[in-house]
Design a protein around this ligand. Sequence first.
Ligand code: ACO
Ligand code: ZN
Length: 462
Amino acid sequence: ATQQHQQPAQQPHLPTSVSTPSLGGSDSLLLLSEGFVAPVRLKNGGEYRLAEILSRREIPVSPSSGGGNADSSLVMYYVHFEDFNKRLDEWVSADRIDFTGIQPPRVRPPGSGGSVSGGGGIAGGNGMANPVPGERRSVLGAAETGPPRPPLSALRQPMAVRLCRRPTGSMAHNHDDNKVMRMKNIEWIELGRYRIKPWYFSPYPVELTKVACVYLCEFCLKYLKSVTCLRRHLTKCQLRHPPGNEIYRRQNLSFFEIDGRKNKATKLFLDHKTLYYDTDPFLFYVLCETDSVGCHIVGYFSKEKESAEDFNVACILVLPPFQRKGYGKLLIEFSYELSKLEGKTGSPEKPLSDLGLISYRAYWSQTLIDALLEIKRSAPNENDPPSVTINDLSERTAIKREDVISTLQHLNLVHYYKGVYVIVLTKEALDAHSRTQGKRRIRIDPKCLQWQGKDWSKRGRW
Ligand code: ACO
Ligand code: ZN
């Protein structure tokens, strides 16, 4: 596999095939270029899925290692599986590629960063819909009759909140996946007691991409290229918590606020959505578990100091060892408590990842049903359903109107009945709600939050 890839003039879309004696083999003579799409075998199983070639590298194989000719090399491809989240991108050898199914590069409209995917992945099968701002969806669809209804988003007058024992339906969905062409560049990160395999691109200097593991001081977040350097650093480093101000403490959980302008170590927290690695415009909220040694990072979210679109979270992350314990929803809850103190409603920056969408959907659903139950409970007359507007719900929860609407629709709670919109709390929704609320042990206590929002627009440049 030493020949160069050329684009033949007559076939501008297909890679050069000199001869194809072993199409799928690792010694294939066919070289695929970036952008081509082909079926690639998934890691743990025989199934093939369409994947885009993001990069290619050739690893020389020495004759002593049994590779045969001195000039032979092993071709590896970095692939993105079309229906899966970026974290499943990986290097694969040519023998996992089905060269008979090669497709030319996809043509995307200029400026479109993402692709629409359905099915597959974690989000694909869960029936969740991405909240598309401004999206208007009919809940009852073709079954409805009568005069045309006003769009839900334009609704300013109250809706009745009812309890009802009726099954819900499910809705079709699409899932937008962020697809920035970046590759995972760091093999391992060691942070405190944990060794973590990064899921996405990490904005470290290129020399760090050559070491097997990057070592982080879990307190000041400085990165070091060897365990010896880390040990030396720890003898000098005085910090026992992340840099910044502790703005929340309850039992063993604390939040620290870090100003990205004052602390450049926060570059660590920037994600793949941020193409320019400038931390100045962001604040970082770091959640820690405290023990006798110090405050250990569990997760964080970043937030733009000024957001024209009312984003109250830019990027949110729970470190893999702490995931699926409720910390994601705790961070989300915290972000909305900050918005409440600012007197604003907020929304996460788009696109959401598959797990981000699952977590937000779960948080929005639970918070809105809680609010509806509270409204129902405080109604003066039990038989007379209380009224509520989208704006009431949005103000109570700090969840932006669009997300309130998409969640109510997703839960299939809104019905158009005799010319008005009615919210019907079904038995299914209430049962699911009490199940998840029962599991939700850690919550934010607003009394433990000591914070005042700043008006960054008045400060010139942050
Ligand atoms: N598969 C299925 N469901 C899951 C998974 C999973 N792997 N992980 C979490 N969930 C569900 C939980 O069951 C829970 O739902 P429930 O309340 O109905 O039971 C809900 O998601 C939230 O679970 P938490 O335990 O609170 O979330 P977690 O601590 O795992 O954090 C997070 C979620 C932050 C998205 C985490 O998965 C993560 O860091 N992912 C990588 C980075 C990422 O994708 N961030 C979001 C990008 S979008 C943005 O930044 C705005
Ligand atoms: Zn340190």
